[in-house]
Ligand binder design. Sequence first.
Ligand SMILES: Nc1ncnc2c1ncn2[C@@H]1O[C@H](COP(=O)(O)OP(=O)(O)OP(=O)(O)O)[C@@H](O)[C@H]1O
Ligand SMILES: [Mg+2]
Length: 357
Amino acid sequence: MAREAVYQQSNPQPPGDLPPGDLPPGSDSGDGFSGGDSAGERDVQLRPRRLDEMVGQRDVIERLKIAIDAARGRDEPLGHILFDGPPGLGKTTFATVIPAEMGTTVQMANGAGLSAPKDLLPYLTNVSEKSVLFIDEIHRVPKSVEEYLYTAMEDFRIDIVLGEGVNARTLNFELQPFTLIGATTRAGMLSAPLRDRFQIREHLGWYSKDQLRELVQRNARKLTIKIDEAAAGEIAKRSRSTPRLANNRLHWVRDYAQIKAKGDVTLGVARDSLDMIGIDSLGLDKQDRNYLDTLIRVFAGGPSGLEAIAHTMNVSSDTLEDEVEPFLLRSELIVRTRRGRMATAKAFEHLKLPLQP
Ligand SMILES: Nc1ncnc2c1ncn2[C@@H]1O[C@H](COP(=O)(O)OP(=O)(O)OP(=O)(O)O)[C@@H](O)[C@H]1O
Ligand SMILES: [Mg+2]
């Protein structure tokens, strides 16, 4: 009864169980171009539903299969799993595929929406045996809520204190044994007690060009697009090692091919269509090139402070630091030194500008 009361009080619209694979439209990393139907819908259309449909991450998949088979063999819930890694590499995908493999349901929550314990309780009280609770952006869960997760994860129990002072009393709720799957792009922001309560921790890394080409080819089949191998390779090369971007690019190339090339995607069509939206051969967009151009032309290749570059470009320094620089650093087009940002020889070459003496 008490459980019911908490449930209704705290959440007039209880979170429903979703059959695995039926995601509400997911977040998009905001890669810029999107046309036609919403990015969320398109995401769902191409999102793998089973582990075998996933591309790359072989070692992660291998380990998860063992854990899933073992848990199923013992008829127990799977241990709690934490996924970390940059946006668009498959954290949410894994979180929906795993319940499908386990033959169970999944509830989806977001750390940003769990600002007080009352926001978390409906999810916890709603878990069924061996079901999955997925908390995306789990680093955004505040400390006060996190403490409830500790006992929930470890002992499948939550303790709620009602009233204050002498009138205070504690209500203990037993929870069904469940699996918590957490996802974060900022693993470093997670507290040690929370991090250590996950039995399985997987880091998702970048995808190789071959893996993304395979992904593009598979998804082209799903979307019934005729694409040749070189064209799929070109899309892969320009997708920054990220499946979400490869899917976004593929959708654009399809639109372009439909209007300009009778639907067939050849290498030339892939190149022309991606050039048209400003995605170049390294996967840089207009803002990335603008950054490099400013650093090289205005600041003679650096070293230059971030603020100075940001002012010249008339863009906030946060945007540059969070959205532009990570890929330029990873591509070795710039380096960060103590004296500021510097363009590398590769950057000069890419923009076809002469190296400064
Ligand atoms: N290994 C994979 N195989 C096939 N498709 C994938 C794979 N990983 C990701 N994708 C595709 O990329 C899209 C984005 O992946 P997903 O939403 O899982 O990323 P994420 O890591 O949760 O990103 P974010 O941090 O932004 O939430 C998915 O819709 C899916 O179609
Ligand atoms: Mg996600």
